[in-house]
Ligand binder design. Structure first.
Ligand code: UD1
Length: 417
């Protein structure tokens, strides 16, 4: 087991590059299932979740080649239609193979993802949508069994905005007979990136990025070559790192339009954020002002940045309230932050943070991907040494985080326990 050790108190300075977005790469790599021949993906981050989806594709018979950040996938000779429990249990987003596999092969068997640390996270809306497209869905010994001789376009309304649900249904509908509309669809930049990829493969999708997506089915798709968009969550994590260390950094490769809500909140907190030609200049203020934050589907404030902003608010001058409306149990980082001296009270889906109490280094445990990022941020700002254990969580979604932070002057290293 590895842990990350941080000596707090360094002011971050310098330039950092954002990697490709994990949440864009996962559905896009899964979309390779839709066309025979070699697809080429550039700017793919080297992360544990990306290795998991590549293993999953290899298991079903795809050829996968990786050279630095370029991944090539050919799904011409599929030999299985099963996503096994062993892989799905390590990454819930494995469910993303369900839609494209069903569209391509007429059947798919995918282990039903269980709950996870941040909530129950059911996939009922994925399944209901596939049924509306004409799939037969049953559950068998913990597996989703989906079959369809041919999928037929349908009007699908999502009761809740679901990101991977929208992506799964888009990938299933591209090869269906007729037109599908997805209403109350997710609007994340990752949805737009997937739609652009599918359209480059020959799909006919309009409306991605709005609540109504229309997909006119086509007979077949062809392989493509695309570049993965930058990771907006990683970019804002660095923004917060500059804020909590009162630093001055340049974030290269960030797409400011993808992080409007977070930039607004950062500015209200006293952080200067300015667009420069190739990225964002971020300068932490002398003091941090308290701001209330409510997580919402895009373009609202992302739940994936809630834990990181909480650290910023721990260091702010007054009282702030962070409300989590997407996941029911996404405050597990709070008890670890409290061990570092934070004054946070939980009331239902809200965390009330009394800022201004100094953070002190402590041994803490990462519990999920974004929670681990928040503990690293807290360690950067804390007085003394913080040891974050269970860092495999962070390796799921942040590429070389300790190298990138060290380049900015942080005293951070990874050791084997
Ligand atoms: C995706 C992101 C994740 C992010 C989340 C919310 C990927 C790979 N992961 O996760 O980083 O935190 O969006 O922005 O892109 N729900 C149901 N039934 C369903 C589907 C979802 O009730 O069938 C609920 C979920 O429990 C949750 C809410 O809808 O409360 C939103 O979840 P969803 O958008 O589906 O999250 P993911 O796509 O799993």
């Amino acid at each position: 087991m590895e842990k990350i050790i941080i000596e707090g108190g360094s002011r971050l300075e310098g330039t950092v590059s954002v990697s490709g977005a994990k949440n864009a790469a996962l559905p896009i790599l899964a979309s390779a299932l839709l066309a025979e021949g070699w697809n080429t993906y550039h700017n793919v981050p080297d992360l544990r979740d990306i290795r998991t989806i590549k293993r999953l594709l290899t298991e079903v018979g795809a050829e996968v080649e990786t050279e630095e950040d370029v991944v090539k996938i050919d799904t011409g000779a599929l030999k299985s239609h099963e996503a096994p429990y062993d892989l799905v249990k390590t990454m819930r987003a494995s469910i993303l193979v369900l839609g494209p596999m069903l569209a391509r092969l007429g059947r798919a068997r995918v282990s039903l993802p269980g709950g996870c640390a941040i909530g129950a996270r059911p996939v009922n809306l994925h399944l209901k949508g596939l049924q509306q497209l004409g799939a037969d869905i049953s559950l068998d010994h913990g597996y989703i069994e989906a079959q369809a001789r041919s999928l037929k376009g349908a009007d699908i309304y999502f009761d809740l905005v679901t990101v991977t649900g929208t992506e799964n249904l888009m990938m299933a509908a591209v090869l269906a007979d007729g037109v599908t509309t997805l209403s109350n669809a997710a609007r994340e930049p990752e949805i737009v990136a997937l739609a652009e990829t599918l359209n480059q493969m020959g799909a006919r999708i309009t409306g991605a990025g709005t609540p109504v997506i229309t997909i006119a089915g086509v007979d077949a798709l062809k392989p493509t070559s695309i570049t993965i968009i930058p990771d907006r969550i990683e970019a804002v994590t660095f923004m917060v790192a500059a804020g909590v260390t009162h630093g001055n950094i340049k974030i290269l490769g960030c797409e400011p339009d993808h992080v409007t809500a977070a930039i607004n909140k950062a500015r209200q907190a006293g952080i200067t954020v300015a667009a420069e030609t190739d990225g964002l200049r971020v300068v932490g203020g002398e003091t941090i002002s308290s701001v209330d934050v409510k997580t919402l589907p895009y373009p609202g404030f992302p739940t994936d940045l809630q834990a990181q902003f909480m650290v910023l608010m721990c260091l702010a001058t007054g009282l702030s309230v962070i409300s989590e409306t997407i996941f029911e149990n996404r405050f597990i980082h709070v008890s670890e932050l409290q061990r570092m001296g934070a004054d946070i009270k939980i009331s239902g889906n809200a965390a009330v943070i009394q800022g201004g109490k100094p953070l002190t280094g402590a041994p803490v445990m990462a519990t999920d991907l974004r929670a681990s990022a928040s503990l690293i941020l807290a360690g950067l700002a804390a007085e003394g040494t913080t040891e974050v254990s269970r860092v495999y969580h962070i390796d799921r979604g942040y590429e070389a985080i300790e190298r990138k932070l060290s380049q900015l002057g942080a005293h951070i290293r990874r050791v084997r326990e």
